[in-house]
Ligand binder design. Structure first.
Ligand code: F6P
Length: 532
């Protein structure tokens, strides 16, 4: 039997050979890992939304609070490359995003799409059809005429922009180690690129949202075959959980029958344009727990957090200052109505909680160009007002809603100061709020009450799970959790934090990059070729 190749054969450090990603804890580790695998090859990232917000003036642009996009942004700043996104703020088509001194930074190519086309793509098909379908909210599907055509056209234009980047002359073209496309808004980009012909770098795709189980008996929606076939064009398609990956495979089998096979690693499908072979992988997305731990104690965020709480009538240390926190875009999949029912059941079961334990909701509006979202926001407002009328005690209100997004530096201390966190999503690809809350507890004992329908609940152990579909049961679980011995709660939080530190967002990125990059890297190829 041949001996396994030694470190000398690959030139890779021992840590990479024993377990390539387990040691990754922070941005520096990730950058080193990327360099070891890809050398000087840049990375090309493609998203629907931009990683920066144009401000104009001397400042030029600001970074939005978004965790995952900011992690990818930091990696690109360090390793260099290009980011292609649909433009959603003013300014020039091309922005040079600087890195730290000594780091290359990257180029952001912003694709301008006429507003009517964008409306059909974003509000029409992406969020009027795909989002409700994959969140099992088929009753909310509303497909305006030409929405699918707009989605196809925007995907085609994005693919064209990517191909231009690869083709441009020596001055502007890049030869990326891989191309990483994100999310349901851009499922068809890879297929459009392949239609242009020619060799391409490895194409990876990450599907951030859930994947629904195929509906037995009922015919699939007419667009499903097209979206699935589009995904088959990538070399790797990442999902948040095994359940979503397996449902995707089931969907492929239901659409392609015996033309599809899977050996546990490679999915092979005989499509009209030839046999496609790809890796459908499971990569649960995460946060930077150390960043949240530090922010949750930082006086720079703590002082404004304390003053915000006082302004909301929830001054810490006062009898009426206790609160459960929820942080979600105003999206029906986040279970706002179910959460209000849960709070109602909590007060009905224990009226003494009224006046002592409020719900603080950070709920920025979202996707208001989609009618289902506008109607939902109105209904949540009506129900919140009714609950507030019923359980008000003097100036105290049970539901305090801030309809804006807050910077993570303010959110982390708000998580820390709370009595607990309520995550009531009816379906969620992962749910990073749950992870941010656990990281911000760091030694604290406030419990997380987590919907079992989230990717976080499916991929982390030892958490207190609730079911938003059963508010009465969930209210009992919350009441029990709040009265549990503080030492037990603290221990559970510590275990969860240890898990998060191991499975952090940098490791998530490394795992996503590993296989596609290995195809273009001699060392990486050896890494995978070595006998086990
Ligand atoms: O979770 C899916 C997702 O599209 C994310 O990629 C994005 O950050 C979030 O929803 C917000 O969506 P939008 O870009 O429509 O505001």
């Amino acid at each position: 039997m041949a001996a396994p190749p030694s470190v000398l054969h690959t030139g890779l450090p021992e840590s990479l050979l024993s377990d390539p990603v387990a040691a990754i804890r922070g941005p520096g580790d990730l950058v080193r890992f990327y360099r070891e695998l890809a050398g000087s090859a840049p990375l090309l990232v493609v998203t629907n939304r931009e990683p920066v917000v144009w401000k104009g003036g001397a400042e030029r642009f600001a970074l939005p609070p978004g965790g995952v996009s900011q992690t990818i942004h930091r990696l690109l700043c360090q390793v260099g490359g290009r980011w292609i996104a649909l433009r959603d703020s003013g300014g020039p088509d091309l922005l040079r995003i600087p890195g730290e001194p000594g780091a290359p930074g990257y180029r952001l190519d912003r694709l301008e799409v006429p507003s009517a086309l964008m409306e059909g793509h974003y509000a029409g098909f992406s969020n009027g059809v795909l989002w409700p379908f994959f969140h099992d909210e088929e009753g909310r599907i509303g497909e305006p005429p030409n929405a699918l055509a707009a989605y196809r056209e925007v995907n085609r234009r994005v693919a064209g922009k990517v191909m231009d980047s690869l083709r441009e002359g020596a001055s502007g073209g890049i030869r990326p180690g891989m191309i990483w496309v994100h999310d349901y808004q851009l499922a068809l980009v890879g297929q459009e690129m392949r239609r242009s012909g020619g060799a391409l770098p490895p194409l990876a795709f990450f599907w951030h949202i859930p994947w629904s189980a195929p509906v037995g008996g009922a015919p699939p929606p007419r667009w499903l075959f097209e979206v699935v076939t589009g995904l088959l064009s990538y070399d790797q398609v990442g999902f948040q959980t095994e359940l979503y990956r397996d449902r995707f495979l089931e969907t492929v089998f239901s659409l392609y029958g015996s033309r599809a096979s899977w050996d546990g690693e490679t999915l092979s499908v005989a499509t009209a344009s030839g046999v496609r072979r790809l890796h459908p992988g499971v990569f649960p997305i995460s946060v930077d727990p150390d960043h949240f731990r530090m922010m949750s104690r930082d006086p720079a965020g703590m002082l404004p957090a304390l003053s915000l709480l006082s302004d909301c009538g929830l001054a810490p240390g006062t009898p009426s200052g206790g609160y459960l926190i929820s942080v979600d875009r105003m999206d029906y999949s986040k279970g706002f109505l179910e959460r209000l029912s849960l709070m109602e059941a909590l007060y009905e079961n224990d009226p003494s909680l009224a006046g002592r334990l409020a719900l603080l909701q950070i709920a920025p509006p979202t996707r208001l160009s989609v009618e289902a979202y506008r109607r939902y926001a109105e209904e949540v407002e009506r129900r919140s007002e009714a609950l507030n009328r019923r359980f008000a005690r003097g100036a105290w209100r049970p539901v305090v809603t801030l309809s804006r997004s807050l910077d993570p530096s303010l959110l982390a201390p708000l998580y820390r100061l709370s009595r607990g966190c309520l995550v009531t999503a009816t379906r969620d690809g992962m749910n990073l709020v749950a992870k941010e809350f656990l990281a911000s507890q760091d030694g604290g004992s406030a419990p997380l009450f987590l919907s079992r329908h989230t990717g976080t609940a499916m991929t982390m152990e030892g958490l207190s799970l609730i079911d938003p579909a059963d508010p009465a049961l969930s209210a009992r679980i919350v009441a029990q959790g709040l009265s549990m011995d503080g030492r037990i709660r603290e221990r559970k939080n510590r275990q969860a934090l240890a898990d998060l530190r191991e499975h952090n967002v940098y490791r998530w990125m490394a795992e996503n990059l590993l296989r596609p990059l290995s195809r273009t890297s001699k060392e990486g190829a050896l890494l995978f070729a070595r006998p086990s």
